[in-house]
Design a protein around this ligand. Structure first.
Ligand code: AMP
Length: 228
């Protein structure tokens, strides 16, 4: 250490939290605000399923049950995407890592690239509210903007506020039964990562039962601090 401080040029964030905590919504906001890349293994896996790749074929039934896809498949998919040049400016990991093996693989991949995880943010929510949050959600097929039957309808019925598209998607696994299994998997396999990042001194907790914009302000402050 020579006593000088240099500003971080890239923030690499992990968003932790159960399904419905708002990881995707908040990642999209940070992407817009800071030019970071949202890297969602759920999105990458859904794309692999849609494309009918070997990984997609192996993942499909597991995802429909609400269980976790094997570490090997997920880490391979993540590694490929992380190797693309746009990730060098900073990444928001959304839904990854979900197991201790994935967290260790991520640390190794970041170290290989001469980088590290700057913050792991735990989005703290009540499980009981998650089933309602997830069951009613849908996204614009054109731009990915998120909506909800009860909490956030488009201003004009059936038309996306953001891009004007009239096509929307609902995820096959966003039903009450699968959500219960996804919450179980979260508590058994992913929640222990809160301690993992706590031990590494990069953990921040945020109350994610608050309004979307309030949560977003907290996350913005964390990223600003990481880049200072
Ligand atoms: P998500 O879009 O993050 O809610 O993920 C949807 C589903 O994809 C999960 O329920 C898992 O079946 C699978 N999945 C996504 N990310 C991972 C991961 N990091 N590890 C294992 N399975 C994953």
């Amino acid at each position: 250490m020579d006593g000088t401080t240099t500003a971080q040029t890239a923030a690499n964030l992990v968003l932790l939290g159960p399904p419905g905590a708002g990881k995707g919504t908040q990642a999209r906001k940070l992407e817009e605000g800071f030019g970071l890349i949202q890297l969602s293994t759920g999105d990458l896996l859904r794309a692999a399923v849609a494309a009918g790749t070997e990984a997609g074929k192996a993942a499909k039934a597991v995802m429909e049950r609400g269980d976790l896809v094997s570490d090997d498949i997920v880490i391979a998919i993540l590694r490929d995407r992380l190797g693309e040049p746009d990730c060098a400016n900073g990444v928001i990991f959304d839904g990854f890592p979900r197991t201790a093996a994935q967290a260790e693989a991520l640390d190794a991949l970041m170290a290989e690239a001469g980088s590290s995880i700057t913050s792991a943010i735990s989005l703290e929510v009540d499980d009981a509210a998650m089933v309602d949050r997830i069951s009613g959600r849908f996204t614009c097929a054109g731009c990915g903007e998120g909506y909800h039957d009860s909490f956030k309808q488009p201003a004009k019925d059936g038309v996306c506020d953001n891009c004007g598209s009239s096509e929307f998607n609902r995820r096959a696994d966003d039903n009450a039964e699968t959500v219960a299994q996804r919450l179980k998997a979260y508590h058994a396999q992913t929640a222990p990562l809160i301690a993992y990042y706590g031990e590494r001194g990069v953990l921040k907790g945020v109350d994610a039962m608050a309004q979307i914009d309030t949560v977003s302000e907290s996350l913005t402050a964390i990223v600003q601090e990481a880049l200072a």
